[in-house]
Design a protein around this ligand. Sequence first.
Ligand SMILES: NC(=O)c1ccc[n+]([C@@H]2O[C@H](COP(=O)([O-])OP(=O)(O)OC[C@H]3O[C@@H](n4cnc5c(N)ncnc54)[C@H](OP(=O)(O)O)[C@@H]3O)[C@@H](O)[C@H]2O)c1
Length: 282
Amino acid sequence: MILATGANGMLGSYFPDDAVLKTDLPEMDVTDLECVREMLHRHRPTHVLHLAAWTDVDGAESNVEACYRTNVIGTLHVASVAKEIGAVLTYISTTQVFSGDKEGPYTEFDAVDPVNTYGASKAEGERIVREICDRHYIFRAGWMLGGGLKDHKFVGKMFDLMKTRDHLMAVDDKIGSPTYAKELAAGILSHIKTGLFGTYHMVNGGGVCSRHAMALEIARVLGRSDVVIDPVSSDRFPLPARRGANESASNYKLDLMRRNPMSSWKEALADYVRGELIASRR
Ligand SMILES: NC(=O)c1ccc[n+]([C@@H]2O[C@H](COP(=O)([O-])OP(=O)(O)OC[C@H]3O[C@@H](n4cnc5c(N)ncnc54)[C@H](OP(=O)(O)O)[C@@H]3O)[C@@H](O)[C@H]2O)c1
């Protein structure tokens, strides 16, 4: 049986209820060792899917301790108790563990060198998972797409803005790899059956993209050829957390294994906008 932490979040919502026992705050607080121990010993899962995290990248800069308590100490608790009960551990990480200075997409063989608090806490979580649990999977995701009705991230915002505006701006000097949470969840469930433990990138393919490229694609999917989207520098939207210029990744190991389950980001974005945003928000 698979037990997930932080399962009420965006990624957790894409795991089927009949495949995963879902836990979250308040009954399962990963920062509380006794709580983690009680929950995992009671259910005795063979596999722990550790999704719980502090995910507010900008908020982490002014809440370093809270971010580290959840992402580092929480992961230490989950990894330690998973080991106690002999469960396999799956941890979700981020391409923000990299500095963003590389030319070209990051692979699993590049060294981590985070430039913000969230990225540093997730990199430390990875290190703990490797150190404590021999049988582990780490999946790194990029710019996550998903959430439908609850999507307040870039795609959800652009979708809403395009209802009322025909002139928008989007940043074009930072690149990344979108990751459709629906495909990521399915890819994780499939890959964790293989026994091929280790660290994997699981992002959508079809080349890297900028927020500007994503906005153009959203307009295209919506048939809004009238919308003008100006490319702008990230200096126009200053944010508390530093981001590298390049957050893109390739699923290098999964490609080598011929086990890459992810579609192109344009296909994924179209599927998400048509299947979830239009369906839930119009
Ligand atoms: N979202 C992204 O863009 C992205 C990109 C790459 C990797 N990831 C990683 O993917 C994983 C899933 O992220 P997500 O997008 O699903 O994030 P999310 O929507 O923020 O979900 C995280 C969940 O964890 C819960 N949580 C927070 N603190 C907890 C604690 N102390 N104990 C137990 N649960 C706690 C949250 O509850 P509350 O909402 O009540 O706080 C929330 O339900 C995370 O490990 C994240 O680092 C996310």
